[in-house]
Ligand binder design. Structure first.
Ligand SMILES: [Zn+2]
Length: 238
């Protein structure tokens, strides 16, 4: 059997401006890098064997989609949440405060790991009412939250097995809020992450029609160091 090969990663692929050859996985209504498909199916089968029903809320997302999310948040068309997940009044914030508040929960366009096809947000329908509105909040994954049992199982699964998935957004890494539902397929994502750099991001922001652009460019070094770089360094995480 030959070793899987990761394609040459151009800045356009890294930034989500161009799309690699991704695979639609119809059972999970998601789009993933070819090398991440089998590991996802295996993870879902393991979940099923333990009484859970793994579903995918979000997978590949391109730059344009992330730009829309960003601009809607910056322009008050979509809620910006504080550290506890409560909506903030963005009208009361300076432009810099707005940027840092948005970055807690949303990646700067061009730097979302969802651009790579390697990352996905997961949840469990086995303990969820049919009419439950999915939020993807910490509260759902803890205590008496509907996905707490699934995440407890996932903790052990990610720690003990070698399917390649890990949680990039953990407490104590950088300034992004913890997102236990966000999984990343390390064998490919690490290759993408190693290519990331402030200059590539800056060049993309400069040519984009992005809200808060001037303040973003003024503060990009700090943004990069706090919200991007820590997640691009190789580390042992689950
Ligand atoms: Zn995510």
């Amino acid at each position: 059997m030959t070793e899987p090969v990761v394609e040459v990663i151009t800045p356009e692929l890294l930034l989500g401006v161009a799309r690699a050859d991704l695979i639609s996985v119809s059972d999970f209504n998601c789009v993933l890098h070819p090398l991440a498909v089998t590991p996802l199916l295996e993870l879902a089968a393991a979940a099923k064997a333990s009484g859970f029903s793994l579903q995918v809320a979000s997978s590949y997302r391109d730059f344009a989609r992330q730009l829309l999310i960003w601009n809607n948040k910056a322009n008050g068309l979509r809620p910006v949440l504080d550290a506890n997940g409560e909506p903030l009044d963005v009208a009361l914030l300076s432009d810099k405060e707005k940027i840092f508040a948005i970055l807690r929960w949303s990646a700067l366009p061009g730097t979302s790991r969802h651009h790579w096809g390697t990352d996905l947000d997961v949840y469990d329908t086995s303990r969820m009412d049919a009419n439950y509105a999915l939020q993807l909040t910490l509260a759902e994954t803890q205590g008496d939250g509907p996905f707490a049992a699934f995440h407890y199982w996932l903790n052990a699964e990610l720690m003990n097995c070698s399917r390649g998935f890990f949680r990039p957004f953990c407490d104590g890494v950088g300034a992004v809020a913890a997102e236990p539902w966000h999984l990343s397929y390390a064998p490919v994502a690490n290759v993408y992450a190693a290519q990331m750099g402030e200059a590539i991001v800056r060049a993309q922001i400069q040519i984009s029609d992005i809200a808060l652009k001037e303040t973003l460019l003024e503060n990009l070094s700090e943004i990069y160091q706090r919200f991007i770089q820590p997640y691009c360094e190789k580390r042992k995480v689950y």
